[in-house]
Every structure is written in structure tokens, then in C-alpha cells.
Design a binder for this molecule. Structure first.
Ligand code: BGP
Length: 473
């Protein structure tokens, strides 16, 4: 007999500013690094950008009305730093702040818990220009100052705060593989930037606690649990390597305040370890997140990859055609292989609900921290046929993941909420508008000239029922 979901479980859904808002230069907002990056030819799918996105900036009332109708308990969204502080620091833009105040008030009025992500990748371009953004330690003071503006503005109204969204993704894509801004390939810099992000995360959590903010704060980590292909000890070692370098390397810092030993030894040997300054180690140790946000989409399977002649590439499927992902790996560490036991999406993301149960259990055993699932969902092509979207594949995906959470709770994990990615359809950073995740279909595509009409999909009504019954049926 499985335990029921807690009565106050946050059945939610999520989004991020750049992917939904549009209005990049309205009411005093200035450019973020994404506003510029998308204009570099070849960086995004058919050059799609977030200039209009799904026009949430002007249609948020309609979007919240649909949330209310659905019975949504919580809504996770991010604040665009350059809307509130157009230059990243200095003068607050009251009009920008007001947009979020109105959104938060509308959510509260409709009984929906706002969950605010401070940073979902859209750094003010001004700070990138001024000192290289995350490449400089100056970001620590600027970030804390930005957060303090929001803490002050929304004290008592917003109870749940996410510090950084997927630090492991934005640092890796920005500085190691060059697929996100600022588009660099420099491993030494990547580890240094990531160290600065760790310091920011710790400093902002401390600020929140120093201010005695009512509520909770934690980072959202993109956790991909690593498996071994089989019991060949070398494949098991490859999986251990991947878990150390891609999971513990972030979560240990968040929750133990220290980098893991094996990973740091490896980086020191290669001359890639981040430089510490006086006070860094103490700062990392001093911060204690109230929960860990987990973004879970898939697991990853590993095999040994020899130092001599091993696979050294990074492989992403941005074609939207199943089976086109190229081999990837790090020689002497691991290589990523297909899991023969699970199916994949058209973007080759492996569909593995059991992996979510495993993820929640691993975090619980290693860190003993409450978990908020801040993202989980299925990106697919949806078809609008006679005004309806029958996304049964999405329902199947979400249903199996909800079951996995229930099992993990019975196993002993503390899970306080579940936020699907995403609420409405929105811009996928690199895959345009064709890779859809929403409960609500939005008429928008790569021409960026859609009507922007909102149409609830079959999954919308399915989730409405889940919320109503607390997933008890
Ligand atoms: C996460 C991000 C989201 C969202 C999601 C889906 O990494 O936090 O912002 O984009 O992934 O990714 P994609 O759009 O690449 O399919």
C-alpha cells in the first residue's frame, strides 16, 4: 500500500521568463544575454527567438485564469533580472517590478502559490559587457543586491524561492560546449565560472536567511541519474565517474558545502580546478538550502571509454529526429550509450520514470533534504486537429512519473511539490516552438507569427483530475 500524497502537496507547473514573456524592450527592460545570443545566425532552431515568445507579458491574466480553472496549486516562473534592474545594478525599474507584482497578486488572488526563480539564465547584457558576467566575482555582490530588491518587494507574498536554475546546464552550455551565451569553449573558465555560481548561490541563500525571510529557498539542479550499461566493472566505474562529475560535483557543494574529493583530484591533475580565494570555502560551508529543487527529464547510461582512442565529443539531438544523437563521452571517464530498456522521445531523451524514483531516493539517502520537483515533462510535436490536442503520450509520461514520486515518498523521500515543464507551450531555447511541453497549446511556431491563441490539451484535463483527487485514483 503506497502512502498518499501529502494534503498540502504543491501540484504545480513551471516556466521561465525568456521562454514565455516576449516584450524584451518594453517598459524600460534592457537586453539580457539571450536577447543578443539568439540573433547570432545558426545558434537556435531556424533563428527562433523570444521577442514575442507566447506573449505572456501581455496575456498573463488569461494564463492565470486557465491555471485557476485547472485547479493548479503552485506556479513556478522566473524573474527577468534586466526587467527589474535594466543595467543589472543601480536604479530599480519600477515598471518592470510592477509586472511581477501584478502577476504575483493575481496568482495569490486565485489561490495559486507563486514560486519564484531568481535566475533562469537571462543575465543582463550590461553585466556581461561590464565585467564578463559570471566570469567575475563582481557578480556575487550584484546578484545578492538584485535578489534583495525582490526579497524586499515580495516579502510575505512569495514563500518559495529558487536561487539558480540548472547551474550545471547554464555553465556547461555557456563555457564548455558553447551552445548558450556567452558561447565559449574553455574548460578552465567553465570550472571557474561554476565556482562563482556556487558562491552566488551560497551568498543569496545566506542573505535570505539573514533577512529572516518567511519561506524557503533552494537551487534547482538538473539531475540526470547515471547508470552502468551492465555489470562489467569498467562500465560500473564509468557510471560512478559520471555520477561524481555530473551530479555530486554540484549537489555536494549545495548540501555539504564542499566539492567531492575524486572529482577535485581529477581536476587538479588536469590543471582545471577552480581557484579559491580566502573566504570561499567558509562561504560554501555556511549556506544551507531549505530544499533541493530537482529538474528531472531522463537518466543516462554509461560504458567505459578508454583514454587512448576514446570518444571525446559532446552529442545533442537538436534535429528532432529519433536516433540522430551522436556518440559522446570523455576519454578515461565514460561514454554515454543508449539504454536498451527504455524508449526515447524524438529528441532522443530517454523516457525513464523509474529513474525519477531512483533520483529521489539517491538524493534522500545522500543528503537528507526535502525535495521540490521543479521541472519534469515531455517535449514532443503536438498536433492541433479540429481545435483539439490529444497528447496521450504526454499523459502517459506524466502519469508514470507521478507514480514514481508516490513510490519514492513511500520509500521515505520528502517531496513537497511537483512542477511539470511546462504550463503553456513556450520557446525551447535551442529547438524553437515545435518542441512542445505545455498543458496549454499556444498557436506559435518558427514563423513567430502565430495567433497566440491558448487551447487546453487533453493533458490539461488529466492534470486537473490529478490535482482534484491528489493523485489518489
Ligand atoms: C531545462 C530548462 C528549461 C527547459 C527544459 C526543456 O533544462 O530549465 O528552461 O528548456 O530544460 O529543455 P528543451 O527546451 O531543451 O527541451
Amino acid at each position: 500500500q503506497l502512502k498518499p500524497f501529502p494534503k498540502d502537496f504543491l501540484w504545480g507547473s513551471a516556466s521561465a521568463a525568456y521562454q514565455i514573456e516576449g516584450a524584451p524592450f518594453e517598459d524600460g527592460k534592457k537586453a539580457s544575454v539571450w536577447d543578443n545570443f539568439v540573433r547570432i545566425p545558426g545558434k537556435t532552431f531556424k533563428g527562433t527567438n523570444g521577442d514575442i515568445a507566447v506573449d505572456h507579458y501581455h496575456r498573463y491574466k488569461e494564463d492565470v485564469a486557465l491555471m485557476k480553472e485547472m485547479g493548479l496549486k503552485s506556479y513556478r516562473f522566473s524573474i527577468a533580472w534586466s526587467r527589474v534592474l535594466p543595467d543589472g545594478r543601480g536604479q530599480v525599474n519600477e515598471a518592470g517590478l510592477k509586472f511581477y507584482e501584478d502577476l504575483i497578486d493575481t496568482l495569490l488572488l486565485n489561490g495559486i502559490e507563486p514560486i519564484v526563480t531568481l535566475y533562469h539564465w537571462d543575465l543582463p547584457q550590461a553585466l556581461q559587457d561590464l565585467y564578463g558576467g559570471w566570469e567575475s566575482r563582481e557578480i556575487i555582490a550584484d546578484f545578492v543586491n538584485y535578489a534583495a530588491v525582490l526579497f524586499d518587494a515580495f516579502r510575505g507574498k512569495v514563500k518559495y524561492w529558487v536561487s539558480l536554475n540548472e547551474q550545471n546546464v547554464f555553465t556547461n552550455q555557456g563555457w564548455a560546449i558553447a551552445t548558450h551565451p556567452p558561447g565559449k569553449k574553455n574548460l578552465k573558465l567553465f570550472y571557474q565560472v561554476n565556482h562563482h555560481a556556487n558562491l552566488v548561490n551560497a551568498a543569496v541563500i545566506n542573505k535570505f536567511h539573514d533577512l529572516k525571510m518567511p519561506g524557503q529557498i533552494g537551487p534547482s539542479f538538473a539531475y540526470t541519474p547515471q547508470y552502468a550499461l551492465d555489470s562489467d566493472p569498467m562500465n560500473v566505474l564509468a557510471a560512478e565517474n559520471a555520477e561524481e562529475m555530473y551530479s555530486h560535483f554540484w549537489m555536494d557543494v549545495y548540501l555539504y558545502g564542499e566539492y567531492p574529493i575524486v572529482a577535485m583530484n581529477r581536476l587538479r591533475e588536469q590543471g582545471l580546478a577552480p581557484e579559491f580565494e580566502a573566504g570561499d570555502a567558509a562561504l560554501l560551508k555556511s549556506a544551507h538550502p531549505d530544499f533541493l529543487g530537482v529538474n528531472y527529464y531522463q537518466s543516462a547510461t554509461n560504458a567505459w571509454n578508454p583514454i587512448e582512442g576514446g570518444v571525446g565529443a559532446t552529442g545533442f539531438n537538436t534535429t528532432g529526429k529519433k536516433g540522430t544523437t551522436k556518440e559522446s563521452g570523455v576519454p578515461g571517464l565514460h561514454k554515454k550509450v543508449q539504454n536498451p530498456f527504455v524508449d526515447r522521445t524524438n529528441w532522443d531523451w530517454e523516457i525513464d520514470p523509474e529513474g525519477l524514483r531512483i533520483a529521489l531516493r539517491r538524493i534522500t539517502s545522500r543528503y537528507r533534504i526535502p525535495i521540490m520537483i521543479t521541472e519534469n515533462g515531455l517535449g514532443e510535436y503536438d498536433q492541433l486537429i479540429e481545435g483539439e490536442v490529444h497528447d496521450d503520450y504526454r499523459i502517459a509520461y506524466l502519469e508514470s512519473h507521478v507514480k514514481a514520486i508516490k513510490e519514492a515518498i513511500s520509500d521515505g523521500a520528502t517531496v513537497i511539490g511537483y512542477h511539470t515543464w511546462s504550463y503553456t507551450d513556450l520557446l525551447s531555447w535551442l529547438n524553437g516552438y515545435q518542441k512542445r511541453y505545455g498543458f496549454v497549446y499556444v498557436d506559435q511556431d518558427e514563423t513567430m507569427k502565430g495567433s497566440l491563441k491558448r487551447i487546453p490539451k487533453a493533458s490539461y484535463y488529466w492534470y486537473q483530475h490529478v490535482i482534484k483527487t491528489n493523485a489518489d485514483e
